[in-house]
Design a protein around this ligand. Structure first.
Ligand SMILES: Cc1cc2nc3c(=O)[nH]c(=O)nc-3n(C[C@H](O)[C@H](O)[C@H](O)COP(=O)(O)O)c2cc1C
Length: 205
């Protein structure tokens, strides 16, 4: 058994070790718009759903120079976002959208991704993404000088026809291959949903 006391380690090591252990992580592929209406797109895997109130949480780190990432700046500007879940055919585009580029560059245009207007928020949704969740910023919680937790209220859920089970009126995981973030240095850094199981009855609250 390998044991590491995290408070005795430099921040970089803590990040490397913990992100390699807490896997698989879903990836929020987030579109936002800036004050000029330009569409921004970026992936964030410090992400999860909160299913009491319908919310999502995402951790947005600062850039190395201390500035806010475009997604964060845009959320502060107009409090709106669309959080997509991508499937395997979109893996390369999702990865490429994580490159650090200036706010004048729209990742959506650069990657040739087609968008459609959202119903309730200004950022458009990606047509090719199997899941798109229209969201509004609920609040920000500062986690220190370098990162912020953002809580997003989910207003509207869109799902592709081919992942939907109309009998249960929800998506069926066996019908698509959501991609996940794995360790970022050692071994593979992405995965897709592989083996799945159904044990007992799925319960609803
Ligand atoms: C798969 C993946 C997951 C990422 N997860 C996060 C994350 O959870 N938090 C974060 O701040 N940056 C994360 N990043 C880095 C951002 O995507 C990257 O800084 C991006 O350029 C931010 O874009 P923006 O400035 O347009 O918002 C991730 C990158 C990739 C490729």
């Amino acid at each position: 058994m390998i044991t590491r006391e995290l408070d005795a380690l430099p921040k970089r090591d803590v990040y490397r070790i913990l992100t390699s252990l807490v896997i698989p992580r879903p990836i929020a592929w987030i579109s936002t718009v800036d004050a000029a209406g330009r569409v921004n797109l970026a992936p964030f895997s410090s992400f999860m759903g909160v299913f009491g109130p319908p919310m999502l949480v995402v951790t947005l780190a600062r850039r190395k120079d201390g500035s806010l990432k475009d997604t964060h700046q845009n959320l502060r500007t107009n409090r709106e976002a669309v959080v997509h879940l991508a499937d395997l055919p979109l893996l390369e585009a999702l990865h490429a959208s994580g490159a650090e580029v200036g706010p004048e560059v729209s990742e959506v245009e650069r990657l040739g991704l087609v968008t459609a207007p959202s119903l309730h928020v200004a950022p458009p949704r990606l047509v090719a993404a199997p899941v798109a969740l229209e969201c509004r910023l609920n609040r920000e919680i500062e986690l220190g000088p370098a990162s912020t937790l953002v809580l997003l209220d989910v207003l509207t859920a869109h799902a592709a026809d081919h992942i939907w089970n109309s009998e249960y009126d929800c998506a069926d995981a066996s019908l698509w291959q959501p991609i996940t973030r794995l360790a970022s240095v050692a071994g593979p850094n992405y995965g897709a949903l592989g083996q799945t199981f159904k044990l007992g009855a799925s319960e609803l609250p």
